[in-house]
Every structure is written in C-alpha cells, then in structure tokens.
Design a protein around this ligand. Structure first.
Ligand SMILES: Nc1ncnc2c1ncn2[C@@H]1O[C@H](COP(=O)(O)OP(=O)(O)OP(=O)(O)O)[C@@H](O)[C@H]1O
Length: 799
C-alpha cells in the first residue's frame, strides 16, 4: 500500500474523499507572539565604554515612538533616535549636549533583523542578537523567533509617516553589516516591505506596479481581507512569471524595486529548460546567495496554510457553492473579520534578488511604494463591483465549432495552444503547395522583427485577435541563457543530423502553430543515407511513405534555445506508447531546426474538447468512459516519466495528442525537469497557470505530484470544457488557485462517484495525500475506460 493511501487508511484500489488533512505542525501556528515575555530581564542599554562616542558621528536622527519587547513595556514612548555609523541610540531628549544619557544603545554589528511589523502604524522591529557569534544564522531567525530566543531581543519603532519609516529602514539597513554586508554587495536580496493593515483593510508599502496590477485585476477588497498574504504571493508570482510586468516606471534606469528578467537567471526563477542539460550547473537557491536574509515566514502565511488544509478537507462538496458560480456579497457575511483571522502582525517580506547592481538605493525605490486603500472599505461601492465595472469581463473560451466567431472573439486562454482550423488548407489538392507556401511564409514571419514578443509567448492562432496584455503566459521569455550559445549549439549538433532535410520530405499541410515554430504534416519521400542516419545514435525507424510531423523552428528567434535542447533530449530518451515518439532532428543551417516526430492526426485534446458534438450542450464534451480512457493513457505516460524522475510540468489538454486509432500521447517536453538524489524537489515557476498546482503558484518546493494535479485539472477540462477559473482574469485565477484549494465542480451531482474520488485524490492540496501516478493507475475510475474505437465520434471533426 502506498504511503499516502496508508496514511489515510484507504486501499490503493479505493481512493476515497480523504477527509481532513492532519493539522500542520504546531510551529506553523506561531503567530507573532504578544509582547509579553522577558520584560524585566531586558536591559538593552549598551554600557560598554565608548558607546557614547559612537553616537558622535551620527548620520540620521529624529523623534520616534519606541517600545521594547518586555512585559512591562506596554507603553509606547517618545524617544529621540540617532543612527550613527556604529550605533542605534535612543534618547529621552534630543542630545544637544554631550551629557545626555542614552536610554538604549545598540551596536549595529548586533542587529540581525529589521523588518516591518503591523504592531502599530508605520512600525518596524529591530532584532538584536546578544550572541555576536550567531550572526551567521541571522537569516533564518527573525521577529517571530526573537521572543523565544533569549539571545535575541526586539525593539519596536514607530514613525509618524510612512516616508519616515522607509528612510529609517533604508538607513538602518545600509549601516548594519549583518543586513547589508559591508563587502561589495552583489547578488544580494532586498525586501520590499508590503504589509496589510487589518484595521484599515489596506496594503502599505505597495509598489506602484503591483498596485496597478491589482487595480486591474478582479481581486476584490474582500479577497484582500480574506487572505492578503495570498494576494501578495500571487502578485509576486505574476510579476516574476511575466518578467517585469506592466511596471509604470519602465525606464531601465528606474530603481523601482521590481524584478527584472536578468535577476532570475541566477536565482530560483524559471530555469526549466536546462534541467536536463548535463553541462549546466545547478542553480543556487536564492537563500544561499548574498547577505543574510530576514525571515519570510509570517503569521499570516502560516494562518493561510492552515486555511488551505481546511479547504482541502471537503473536495467537491456540493454543500459549498462553486466560487465560479457565486461570490459572497459581503465579507462579513461569510468570513471572519481580518482581525479575527489575523490578530497579530500581518506583514510579508517580498524578497527580491538584485544582481550585480552595486548598492541598492532603497530611498529611490520607496518613491514608488504606496499605501493602497482597500476599495472595499472605502465610501465608494465595494471594490469587487467597482473594479469589475471598470473592466470588461474576459471573453469566454471559444466553445463550439471551429470558425465560430473566432475573428471577433479573442481566445481567452492566456496561452492558447490550439491550432487554428484555418491553418488547414482549404483545398486538399493544393495541400503540398499550400504547406510549402505556409512554411515559406512562416520563415518570413519568423524573421520579421517582433514576431516573437519578448516576455510573452507568441499567439498560437495566427488569426487570433491580439490578446489583452493582462495574460499570464507560459514562461518562455527572454532570459539570460543558462548555457552559452556555443554550448547550446554544440549540444544541439550532437543530437541532430546536420543535413538539409528538404530532399527527404514532402510537406503536406500545416498541422499546427506553436510558440517556437510551426508544425507540418509531411511525408517521408526518401531514406537518409546510411552514413547520415548513423551520425546520430538511435535514429527512429524510417519508411518511405510514412506520415510524420515536422516542427520547424528558427533558432535565432527562440528566446530560450536550451528549452529546445531539453525537449529533444527528453523525447529521444522517452520512447513509450503514451509519449509522442521523436524520430530525428535536423539542423539544416545554424539557424534552421527541424524536429521530426510521429504524426498524431487526431490533434490535441483541446481540439477534441472544443469540437466535441456535445460541447456547448448540457452534457460534458466527453463521456466518463472516454475521459477515463484518455486520462489513464496520459497517466501511463506520466508514470513512465516519473519513474525516470522526470516531471513534465505542463500537463494540460493542449499537450496531449491523439491519433485516429485513439492512441493518446503526451507532448511538449520543453519544461521537463529531472529530479535527482540531490534535488528531489523543484521550486521553479513553470507551467500554465490554470493547470498549476497550488504549491507552484505559492512558489513552494514541489515534485512529480504537480503533474498529478494538472492531470486532475485536465480531467475537469474534459468534463466542463475548460479548466477552473478560465473566465477569471489571470491574477484572480492565481489567487483562487492559491486560496480555494481543491476547485469545485460545476455539476458534481451528475458525475459518478468514481470520477469524483479520482479527482479528489488528484486535486488534493496537501501533496502528501495527493496520489502518485502509480497509485492512480490502480484507481477504480479507470475500470470504466472505453475502447479506443469509442473515441471515433470525437475525431469526426478532423475529417
Ligand atoms: N506530433 C504531432 N502530430 C500532429 N500534430 C502536432 C504534433 N505536434 C504538434 N502538433 C500540432 O501543432 C500544434 C503546436 O504544437 P507545438 O508542440 O509546437 O505546440 P506548443 O507546445 O504550444 O509550442 P511550443 O512547444 O513551441 O511552445 C499542436 O497544438 C498540435 O495541434
């Protein structure tokens, strides 16, 4: 019996609704502790000789409110604070004369953490370690831990204004060696202090580009109140996923604390492609870079994970209305007040990596940070309505027959992957010429400037209207390559045939359009000479007359060539009946790559769903037996990959192809990642948002089970025609994935128990209880699988 099944007392053959997950470990509930302990033990005065001398060279001073973390220190007191090069000193009065005794003097060398807190308005906490040798561990300990560690003491400073708070934070940050590092600061981490004030229901310190994103999203004031940490998480995710995002201050000289594309290359962000490329050094996790970091964990995050466990306890309960169907009209009606939920500090540090930029200039950055009023709490109508009213609802997905008002209705998918029906030549007898012309046109297009947009994936449908620039797109964007161009080319040459393939194939028609190139149906007209075919190992079996799919790519237009190397390597090494078979690849010129694969004439599962005779009716596009068959086949392919410790990371209907014999195969291996003994988890944000597991959206570590989640979402696509939240805007969809946990089905009452059980073990938020592919293969749901021939009706539309 499997671990996860055993843990729940269920058999592998009978996955049940697994019920509530165990309480997370106690530590997860450690909210910021009330300031009660150690009061009388505390004496933060530094009475070492020469302490006063340090204050002499002060750089910054001013009146603040102060309190320490002692029991009796329940009062905020007005103090004059002086930051010198060596000390942070507090005086009762402004030290105009030299005989003013400090109330407290803290050597800056002992400061291990400075972070914003919501204890009071415009408030921050300074944590000091009395153990000077413990500085190295400062990054992992912070305010939450300070009270339980007698070697750490906290003081709290509150300023009159937000601007003052930031200037103090910046100044202290710059002077404390354990925080800023006195050596050349390269590749260090800076934090944007974004907080949520439960009293006003507003964000503080919100970077303006985030504010803009949020304003234009459908994330409501109610959502802010319900889970402000998740709002911040998804904003961060969104921005990182999309590169810089729609930053208002887009000047490259701006010091806006935003993530830039370059910064990701050495951090944890998006380096999927080269995961399987042997030469690449494993990326260094951000936590091991640069100066010590302050803690990230917050009371709110912990609280949120608790909520999440709660959410997953009742998957697909008909008692809970789908979030897609109805939203509560007022937060008070359904949710506890923010205070009840987060009685203590609610701040979250957004870590940002800065690379090779020299000392950070936080003051400049602060100009772009704002307090963002919760529109839900303002006098104006509730934000949920207000915001929605200001923008158009995203268009519905193109359900129904091809050609149905495609021109006027842009596909709402953020990452549309479907080939345009128009891509198919209208006259069969002119197919070959049409395909050749299409290929020529494609090549011209490929070379035209701007064909591939940086940071975005090129639209797949040539006829699609331009998408609104709010989409989260698949992460194939301009990034600093993890391998040099020469390395990539050399790797590519070693896995391709360096010959012009034109004489060996006859192009028949264009079969589809991907982000990296076009896919053509072609016929093999001639066999490669023996010498050529044996220059690369394990070439696929070839027969004249074979129909093949050829993916044509212009290398100079690929933002990340290593993705392609990755894809070829995985496909070459993954011969399985449920994986699209790689045949060979040609490097026609240094810039012109042809990848030859087996042809899957049924097209993608997305096509099949959209063109199903029952789509748009009250019935599911596919029947449960058809779904069971397709999911089982996909699961077998995944299980094969997982056995090899490969995660696909982009499982969705677009990446599952069918042929006319009803064979089902997984494709698109550019985002695969290999897990090794040393790296049994990944943290890179990869995939397509609607199919992403919550742990990916929340940027937690993940493993193969992200594919199981995506498989569950793909099952919902076959049941409902689209993945959950597809009609939500991307940011809101991310928020819902992060906070809702297991998505609700639209019509659970019409589904069999088997499929609901199956979904509940795929879409289990707690990864420990999510089934593995091995476990899924024994699931009773698969017993209802149809025969491949029963898919015929679904493939009719292709004829
Ligand atoms: N082996 C194949 N047989 C038949 N059609 C295919 C095959 N591979 C791809 N296609 C068609 O071409 C379309 C684009 O495929 P491609 O793999 O390029 O898409 P993508 O994964 O979205 O793009 P990219 O990998 O460039 O991001 C698919 O949606 C599918 O319709």
């Amino acid at each position: 019996m499997s671990l996860s099944a055993a843990a729940n007392g269920i058999s592998d053959n009978d996955f049940q609704n697994i019920g509530p997950a165990p309480r997370p470990p106690g530590a997860a509930f450690n909210k910021t502790k009330p300031i009660t302990k150690y009061a009388n033990q505390l004496d933060l005065r530094d009475r070492t000789p020469g302490a006063r001398a340090g204050a002499a060279g002060h750089k910054k001073s001013g009146w603040v409110s102060y309190k320490d973390d002692g029991l009796l220190s329940f009062l905020w007191q007005k103090r004059f604070m002086v930051l010198s090069d060596s000390y942070l000193t507090l005086y009762k009065n402004e030290p105009t004369r030299n005989n003013e005794d400090p109330v407290l003097q803290m050597p800056l060398t002992t400061v291990v953490s400075v972070s914003r807190t919501q204890l009071k308005q415009n408030c921050f906490e300074v944590v000091r370690s009395s153990d000077r040798n413990s500085s190295a561990s400062s990054s992992s300990t912070g305010s939450n831990g300070s009270n339980s560690d007698t070697s750490r003491r906290s003081i709290y400073i509150s300023t009159k204004t937000e601007i003052e708070l930031h200037t103090w934070l910046d100044a202290i940050f710059a002077k404390c060696p354990l925080l800023s590092g006195v050596s050349s600061p390269t590749n260090f981490t800076h934090k944007v202090h974004v907080g949520f004030d439960p009293e006003t229901g507003s964000f503080v310190g919100m970077p303006s580009n985030w504010e803009k994103l949020l304003k234009h999203s459908r994330i409501t004031g109610e959502d802010w109140n319900n889970n402000s940490a998740a709002v911040i998480q998804v904003l961060q995710f969104y921005q990182e996923y999309n590169g810089v995002g729609p930053a208002p201050n887009n000047s490259s000289t701006s010091s806006l604390p935003r993530l830039n594309t370059a910064q990701h290359t050495s951090g944890s962000m998006a380096k999927p492609s080269s995961d399987l490329v042997p030469q690449r050094n494993p990326p260094t996790p951000p936590s091991s870079q640069g100066r010590p970091k302050l803690q990230v964990s917050t009371a709110q995050q912990q609280n949120q994970s608790y909520q999440q466990y709660q959410n997953q306890s009742q998957p697909f309960s008909a008692k809970h209305p789908s979030p897609l169907q109805s939203a509560p009209s007022h937060p008070q009606a359904t949710t506890p007040s923010p205070r009840q939920m987060y009685p203590h500090a609610q701040h979250q540090h957004i870590q940002q990596q800065q690379q090779q930029r020299g000392p950070y200039s936080p003051s400049a950055a602060n100009k772009y940070q704002h307090n963002m009023q919760n529109p839900y709490l303002s006098n104006t109508p509730p934000s949920s309505k207000g915001l929605v009213a200001q923008r158009q609802a995203p268009p519905r997905p193109p359900i129904g027959k091809p050609n149905a008002s495609n021109a006027s209705t842009p596909p709402p998918r953020l990452h549309p992957q479907r080939p345009s029906p128009q891509a198919k030549p209208t006259q069969e007898n002119g197919a070959s010429t049409a395909a050749a012309a299409a290929m020529r046109q494609h090549q011209q297009q490929d070379h035209s400037p701007g064909y591939l947009q940086p940071n975005r994936q090129a639209p797949k449908k040539p006829d699609a209207m331009p998408k609104k620039d709010v989409g989260v797109t698949k992460q194939k964007r301009h990034q600093k390559p993890t391998m040099s161009n020469a390395e990539i080319m050399s790797k590519l040459k070693s896995v391709t045939i360096n010959t012009d393939p034109t004489p060996y194939f006859q192009m028949i028609e264009k079969a589809g359009q991907g982000a990296s190139g076009s896919v053509y149906l072609a016929e093999r007209t001639k066999l490669l000479p023996y010498t050529e075919s044996h220059r690369i190992e394990e070439i696929g079996e070839q027969h004249v007359g074979d129909k093949v799919a050829i993916k044509h790519m212009i290398l100079s237009k690929q933002p990340r060539k290593e993705l392609i190397v990755n894809e070829i390597l995985v496909m070459k090494d993954s011969q399985h009946k449920n994986i699209v078979n790689f045949l060979e690849a040609y490097l026609k010129t240094e810039d012109d790559l042809w990848v030859v694969m087996e042809y899957m004439e049924g097209g993608s599962l997305t096509d099949i769903i959209e063109n199903s005779p029952t789509n748009g009716s009250n019935h599911s596009p596919l029947t449960e037996p058809q779904i069971a068959y397709i999911v089982r086949e996909t699961c077998q392919g995944l299980n094969f990959l997982h056995d090899k410790h490969i995660i696909h990371r982009d499982i969705k209907s677009d990446n599952v192809l069918l042929d006319t014999r009803g064979r089902v195969k997984i494709t698109d291996f550019g985002f695969c990642a290999k897990l090794t003994d040393k790296r049994s988890k990944r943290a890179t944000m990869v995939g397509t948002p609607y199919w992403m597991a919550p742990e990916v959206v929340k940027q937690r570590e993940y493993d193969e089970k992200v594919d199981v989640w995506s498989l569950g979402i793909m099952t919902i696509e076959m049941l409902e025609g689209e993945p959950p939240y597809l009609n939500e805007d991307p940011l809101k969809a991310l928020y819902l994935i992060a906070t809702n946990g297991t998505p609700k089905l639209k019509h659970p009452e019409s589904l069999s128990l088997q499929i609901k059980r199956f979904l509940s073990v795929c879409l289990c938020v707690d990864v420990r209880y999510r089934a593995s592919t091995e476990e899924l293969l024994h699931h009773t749901f698969f017993e209802m699988s149809c025969d491949p021939v029963d898919l015929t009706s679904l493939l009719q539309w292709k004829k």
